[in-house]
Design a protein around this ligand. Structure first.
Ligand code: SF4
Length: 414
């Protein structure tokens, strides 16, 4: 059963309770006994779930649990929410912090990996403990509480670094914070003149869409624009209730993006992925990233090969609208940041011609222009403005390969 009009009867509650996000959180399934009240578990299943839960806690909202088809071993909702014994299998490659978020953290709770943007962790609370979560090491750990003092230190760091123009609030799930706390954080960020973009990463529209209520919308709307990044991994998650929440966000002007994680047996199929992308676009969500699964502890069973991701991209690029195609990225183990991966479309290149292939496999030649002069138009002064900003500490020098390409650079390697 999926929508607020269809309450799962195994929960003895009123429609008002079912549609109340606080009720949903209070009644989340957190142990095997509670799971057994709603699903028919064998003794072995119960034991395996209990063992996995002892290491990686479980929390499933009644709403998300009501979407589970327990008869299907490969139900994508079940795989993402119910613990499995494979979570306990150790892999030689797993890491507790594969993205080096803690190493790239100049102050606690803030990751500054890229020059002009930061990730600010504002809570460790989640509405559900996703089995594939890359931050399994933090989620549900009461020792890892994020307090207001820590958030303020992060905001001070952002104030002191004028090159930061984009702040992503993450966690945990920022939309679970008390509204006054979330508002205070947003107000402080919006008051920083060099911060152009505030984004919120949230799984609430997927696992707790009841949270997208009038109160939340009217608070967030005061600080528009705020970008919302959701995290749908399968078409089945786009229920009537989730769509209503998304409509509310889109109708109120919030730009919506989606980050999908490539998960074995959940969405590692070109057809399943294309269906998801189309469903997102139909609901005014722009597919943003498709993430290769990280090397985190407890999620080895979800990992696919990179070639599975390339095959999916091959099936999307050119085969559907450009805005329905996410960027496939591997978040480099060890903290190297997101590395885009695509099928190869450049067959070869000379100074006169570049040979390309299209999505159908047709080989075409693009004749390069005869460059008469590579000087910039006289009236353009963008470089001068950027240099002035750099003098004021407002921007940074080119980095990486971009630096090697820059005319001023005389280094020959990185
Ligand atoms: S909501 Fe996000 S942070 Fe929380 S468990 Fe799920 S994936 Fe992890």
């Amino acid at each position: 059963m999926e929508s607020s009009e269809n309450i799962d009867e195994s929960w003895d509650c009123t429609p008002e309770e079912w549609n109340d996000w606080q009720w949903q959180l209070e009644n989340s399934i957190t142990n095997v006994e509670e799971l057994q009240e709603h699903f028919d578990l064998s003794d072995q299943q119960a034991q395996e779930i209990e063992e996995a839960t002892n290491i990686f806690p479980m929390s499933i909202t009644p709403y998300y649990a009501s979407l589970i088809d327990f008869d299907s071993e490969y139900c994508p909702i079940r795989l993402q929410s119910i613990p499995q014994k494979s979570e306990l299998e150790e892999s030689a490659y797993e890491m507790s912090d594969p993205l080096h978020e803690e190493e790239d953290s100049p102050v606690p709770g803030l990751t500054h990996r890229y020059p002009d943007r930061v990730l600010l962790l504002v809570t460790n609370k989640c509405s559900m403990f996703c089995r594939h979560c890359t931050r399994k090491r933090k989620v549900g750990d009461s020792q890892q509480k994020v307090d207001l003092e820590q958030i303020k230190t992060g905001i001070e760091y952002i104030k002191d670094n004028p090159q930061i123009r984009d702040v992503l609030l993450s966690g945990g799930d920022p939309l679970l914070l008390d509204l006054d706390v979330l508002e205070e954080i947003i107000v402080e960020l919006k008051e920083i003149s060099h911060v152009d973009v505030v984004r919120i990463g949230s799984r609430v529209p997927v696992v707790l869409p009841q949270r997208i209520d009038d109160e939340l919308i009217s608070m967030l709307k005061k600080y528009s624009p705020i970008w919302i990044n959701t995290h749908f991994n399968h078409k089945k998650e786009l229920t009537t209730t989730a769509k209503k929440a998304l409509d509310r966000l889109a109708d109120n002007g919030f730009p919506l993006g989606n980050q999908t994680v490539l998960l074995r047996n959940v969405n590692d199929c070109p057809l399943v992925m294309k269906e998801l992308m189309h469903e997102l676009v139909k609901n005014r969500i722009r597919p943003y990233y498709l993430y290769q699964c990280d090397l985190s502890r407890g999620i080895e069973h979800f990992r696919t090969s990179i070639s599975a991701g390339i095959e999916i991209m091959e099936s999307l690029i050119g085969h559907t609208s450009g805005f329905a195609v996410p960027r496939y990225v591997v978040d480099a183990p060890g903290g190297g940041g997101k590395i885009p991966v695509t099928p190869n479309y450049v067959v070869s290149s000379s100074r006169q011609k570049t040979v390309l292939r299209n999505y159908e496999g047709n080989i075409v030649v693009y004749t390069e222009p005869e460059i008469k002069s590579d000087e910039c138009p006289e009236e353009c002064n963008v470089c001068t403005e950027i240099e002035e900003k750099a003098d004021n500490g407002e921007t940074v020098e080119p980095q990486g390969v971009q630096k090697l390409l820059s005319e001023e650079n005389d280094e020959i390697s990185l």
